[in-house]
Design a protein around this ligand. Structure first.
Ligand code: FE2
Length: 130
């Protein structure tokens, strides 16, 4: 399944949180390529990033982003998502592209390059910068 995230108006209800909520894809893998714009519902991505959320991995706005989004009325992000209905297997080349930081972006106190003590990165997402 291919989805395009294009510049658009956001939910305008004054009590709305206008960015995607936390969720898990239970029977698909989710790969997103970030083309242009500012990705308000994500930390740790930039133009040219690719993220992979494996099947079953809960994901959504990182700490603070839902609050920061309140009052936004539009987004200018452009990204393409590919959801597969069979597991993706990373090639050695794809593994080498992993910058090793995206999975840490959900830790509230994470700093650039600051790993959570004892945390395990296996299967927790991938960000690549092409
Ligand atoms: Fe998702």
């Amino acid at each position: 399944m291919i989805c395009s995230f294009c510049p658009r108006k956001l939910d305008f209800d004054p009590l709305a949180v206008p960015i995607p909520y936390h969720h898990s894809n239970l029977q698909s893998e989710e790969m997103i390529y970030y083309v242009s714009g500012n990705f308000g519902s994500r930390k740790g991505v930039e133009v040219g990033s690719i993220t992979l959320h494996p099947s079953g991995l809960p994901h959504g706005p990182q700490p603070g982003l839902a609050e920061k989004a309140i009052g936004l009325h539009e987004t200018h992000e452009l990204a393409v998502m590919c959801d597969t209905f069979h597991p993706l297997r990373l090639t050695a080349f794809a593994r080498d592209l992993d910058d090793g930081t995206y999975w840490r972006s959900w830790y509230a106190n994470a700093q650039d390059g600051d790993a959570a003590e004892g945390a395990d990165a296996s299967g927790a997402g991938l960000t690549s910068h092409l």
